[in-house]
Design a protein around this ligand. Structure first.
Ligand SMILES: [Zn+2]
Length: 195
């Protein structure tokens, strides 16, 4: 997910220079290309991760590098072309840090909702108001394989829901009415054609 502010040009640059978020992994920084809509990998249901191997740890590290480089606050593995159930998140909250979610599921969410502007690294420069539950609770495995149950609110809850949608092949545009979605996709097509 992409952080948005009132001005689209004023995207907050979050914690880009964190270098030691994953000790004991490969020290090389690797930025992978971000897959853009309408690549079919974004519509696939991602595979369950059965073992946390060296490759999975390297993927996590690369995804964090890629997410910070793209100034995102969340990135799902299908967005770098790997159809596996993992995403990274760093919403820059005080006292927070980068998090890796493996096989995440939402086990509870609030009836209280909030509408807020949302963007996605797979849809450059496109933003839309999306209504989502304000709180959610997830269960996931961290990179050490430990099962974690954690609750989120506000921007972090929004990001968690956005990224778990990705792992199910669902995209933020699916939450829009068809007219708004058509306008957004038209703008995206125009933008990509001019690049
Ligand atoms: Zn996204």
């Amino acid at each position: 997910m992409k952080e948005v502010t009132n001005s689209n040009d004023n995207v907050i640059n979050l914690c880009k220079q964190k270098n030691n978020y994953l000790p004991n992994t490969c020290p090389d920084m690797t930025i992978r290309p971000v897959i853009l809509y309408p690549d079919p990998v974004l519509r696939k249901e991602a595979e369950f991760i059965t073992r946390i191997t060296k490759d999975i740890r390297q993927l996590a590290r690369d995804m964090l590098d890629t997410m910070y480089d793209a100034r995102g606050i969340g990135l799902a593995a299908p967005q770098v072309g790997v159809s596996k159930q993992m995403f990274t998140m760093d919403c820059g909250q005080a006292g927070g840090c980068a998090k890796i979610f493996i096989n995440p599921v939402i086990i509870d969410s609030s009836e209280e909702t909030e509408e807020s502007q949302e963007g996605c690294l797979s849809f450059p420069q496109q933003y839309a108001d999306i209504e989502r539950p304000f709180y959610c609770t997830t269960k996931y495995r961290n990179l050490e394989g430990k099962l974690v149950k954690e609750s989120f609110e506000g921007l972090e809850a929004r990001c968690v829901q956005h990224e778990i949608d990705h792992l199910e092949g669902r995209l933020f545009i699916d939450h829009l009415h068809s007219f708004k979605r058509q306008i957004l996709l038209h703008d995206l097509k125009k933008l990509l054609a001019n690049q």
